[in-house]
Design a binder for this molecule. Structure first.
Ligand SMILES: [Zn+2]
Length: 241
């Protein structure tokens, strides 16, 4: 089985696609290509549906990528076992994906602002559809920083910067420390290529997630709660309006 072609990485978003069934396990299936984001970087996997040739449909409740780069789709019940080689139709829950994508993209702006202005490094993220939380190693944090952070991020959102993705070699990536935003997670590398996501005129960073096309699609950010997780570890809860 070869690596699943990842349609969520395309410049123009694909939310549904025909795909050949290439792998069947108990309640999991793999396809030659897929629009499903398999989870990673704090962004949950997509949910959705698979429609089979005979007209039946099964819910897909989650997905993950294995060490070979194959995306396995978890079905709500046992997979049909006699359909290998057939074409099925995959469809993601677009509403959920778009909400997660907006939150994922605003984190690029928040983590860059926190790093450049306060030398705060992101250490963990949990992205949701209603709110998200971000952990920072944040020396010298004070509550007065919060409205300043919000305003800086919202300025970038208002300016409507275009966002684009491209690939560089792993060698080039290792010499570009400016593309790193996390101390703990290596960005996904496929065929010795690292994906870079650039917010034009603002920031570029290595990332394998899903993004909106311009910062104006995101909305407005508010930071509505801060938890202390130790002296320098702060957990920020954010919401988009
Ligand atoms: Zn990203």
């Amino acid at each position: 089985m070869s690596e699943t072609a990842r349609l969520y990485l395309l410049d123009n978003p694909v939310y549904s696609a025909d795909a050949i069934i290439v792998g069947i396990r108990d309640n999991e299936m793999a396809f030659h290509q897929s629009p499903f984001y398999p989870g990673g970087g704090g962004q949950p996997a997509d949910e959705g549906e698979v429609h089979f040739h005979d007209g039946t449909m099964l819910k897909i409740v989650s997905a993950y990528s294995d060490s070979e780069g194959i995306i396995w789709h978890k079905l709500i019940s046992k997979a049909p076992q006699d359909v290998a080689g057939q074409v099925a139709h995959l469809k993601i829950d677009t509403k959920k994906r778009l909400a997660l994508t907006r939150y994922h993209t605003v984190l690029h702006i928040l983590n860059t602002t926190a790093l450049h202005t306060y030398n705060a490094w992101i250490t963990g993220v949990q992205i949701g559809t209603e709110y998200s939380r971000i952990d920072f190693k944040f020396e010298n944090f004070s509550p007065e920083i919060v409205p300043v952070l919000e305003e800086s991020v919202n300025n970038v959102l208002t300016k409507n910067h275009p966002i684009k993705a491209y690939y560089i070699s792993e060698d080039e990536f290792s010499s570009r420390t400016d593309l790193l935003r996390t101390l703990t997670v290596k960005p996904p590398i496929h065929n010795n290529q690292v994906r870079v996501v650039e917010i034009e005129g603002f920031d570029a960073q290595a990332c394998g997630g899903t993004h909106v096309h311009s910062t104006g699609e995101i909305g407005r950010l508010s930071i509505f709660r801060i938890d202390n997780k130790g002296r320098i570890n702060k957990r920020l809860y954010i919401r988009l309006e």
